[in-house]
Write a protein that binds this ligand. Structure first.
Ligand SMILES: Nc1ncnc2c1ncn2[C@@H]1O[C@H](COP(=O)(O)OP(=O)(O)O)[C@@H](O)[C@H]1O
Ligand SMILES: [Mg+2]
Length: 240
């Protein structure tokens, strides 16, 4: 589990450790590589997505997915949700890209059952996805650990300025936001006025940054989880 105590050590290792590619995830749509990062005698497994391996998409500008993955991590941190594994941008054997700590998931967990449950870890991810406008929250992007925490991965197609929320997590549709969730959103709003906001503005366009702030204000005003849009396929296909 990543905690406030070990997070900086992990981030330092991801950023400055020696990165070796050891495999490729065959079912991945982009060049999603499996890697090892070593620092002294410590070894961390990671995901490495070089920008050069990004498949062009019709609705997102080329070469921007790694930046979006990192911006999503910054939002998760600013909301203090810890729902994205430590992520950063760096050079690697195939050039600049994003690197993310590999999370060993609880193999006992049946993801096809898990995703429908009313768990706070999933609910946090659902709120996070609304904020980042995630257009690809598939069941296979849920990473439950044996200590009960749930991380999410694959945040490349996020932060579009148009509403593109597409997710398997609709179980809180029209549920009132909890006070803790409203506080989380207020915290994020404040963070976006400061250093985190400056960092995110380097990663996404001005329109996308403005839309991010609008989505947060909208949630704070409405105080409920939204319903699926009738104008847009609201569940990813395939859902896994
Ligand atoms: N940080 C991570 N820890 C553990 N598993 C991961 C991590 N990132 C990705 N995965 C696994 O690898 C699969 C492919 O990665 P993903 O980010 O979805 O790649 P793509 O962008 O090509 O779809 C995911 O569905 C998930 O099972
Ligand atoms: Mg994926």
């Amino acid at each position: 589990m990543v905690t406030a105590d070990n997070r900086d050590e992990i981030l330092a290792a991801l950023g400055y450790g020696d990165l070796k590619v050891t495999g490729r995830l065959v079912d991945a749509s982009n060049a999603t590589l499996f890697g090892e990062i070593s620092v002294g005698d410590k070894l961390f497994n990671c995901i490495y997505k070089p920008v050069t391996g990004e498949r062009p998409l019709w609705d997102f500008p080329d070469g921007t997915l790694a930046n979006r993955e990192y911006a999503a991590y910054l939002v998760s941190e600013a909301m203090q949700l810890n729902c994205v594994p430590p992520t950063l941008l760096r050079e690697g054997p195939f050039g600049f890209g994003m690197v993310q700590l590999w999370i060993d998931i609880d193999e006992e967990e049946d993801l096809s059952e898990l995703f429908r449950k009313d768990l706070i870890g999933l609910r946090n991810l659902a709120l996070f996805d609304i904020v980042i406008n995630n257009t690809d929250r598939k069941i296979g992007h849920l990473l439950p650990t044996s200590d009960g925490h749930i991380y999410g991965c694959d945040h490349g197609v996020t932060f579009h300025s148009e509403d593109k929320l597409r997710t398997v997590l609709w179980q809180w549709e029209q549920s009132p936001l909890l006070d803790t969730e409203l506080n989380t959103l207020k915290l994020l709003k404040t963070e976006l006025e400061g250093k985190t906001g400056d960092e995110i503005q380097e990663l996404i366009t001005a329109d996308e940054f403005a839309a991010l702030k609008v989505r947060i204000s909208h949630l704070l005003n409405k105080k409920v989880f939204p319903s699926p849009s009738p104008d847009w396929p609201a569940v990813p296909w395939p859902p896994f």
